[in-house]
Design a protein around this ligand. Structure first.
Ligand code: FES
Length: 142
């Protein structure tokens, strides 16, 4: 029997705590024709496949407002900073999953530079602090 302290506060609490990758399925590269499937949808499918059997959740969505620098994806997990990446393609799927796992294991909620897959170094667009962030973070992302 599970005690109440072991159970998630809400049915979605466990899912919210898991590392999650959001992949824009409507992304294409600048100048690409509007053909289907979009490169973003291909990236989303490849990322879901790469995440199979892991604790990483992959959620497709339409537009991360990084359209001119897509294909785009973002990641975060409970209490972490959120990261947005661009210039991705389907070959970056495993890197996204690896990065999400690194982020989930980071005690400070910051995606470590050391060990970060290369596509997540060169493709970083932005990082956003967690909702409860208070103070001044003075670290650079490298
Ligand atoms: S269409 Fe992908 S970020 Fe806007």
């Amino acid at each position: 029997m599970t005690s109440s302290s072991d159970a998630p506060a809400t049915p979605n609490a466990a899912a919210a705590a898991a590392p999650t990758i959001y992949v824009c399925i409507t992304c294409k590269r600048a100048g690409d024709p509007d053909t289907e499937p979009r490169p973003g949808a291909i990236l989303a499918a490849a990322t879901a496949q790469a995440a199979a059997g892991t604790a990483v959740s992959v959620r497709p969505l339409r537009c991360l407002a990084n359209c001119t620098r897509g294909p785009s994806a973002a990641m975060r997990c409970n209490g972490s900073w959120a990261y947005v990446f661009g210039g991705l393609d389907a070959t970056c799927a495993a890197a996204l999953v690896e990065g999400a796992q690194l982020l989930a294991g980071a005690a400070d909620g910051i995606l470590p530079w050391r060990g970060r897959p290369e596509p997540l170094k060169r493709g970083l667009i932005a990082r956003v602090p967690p909702i409860d962030f208070a103070g001044v973070f003075e670290g650079a992302d490298e």
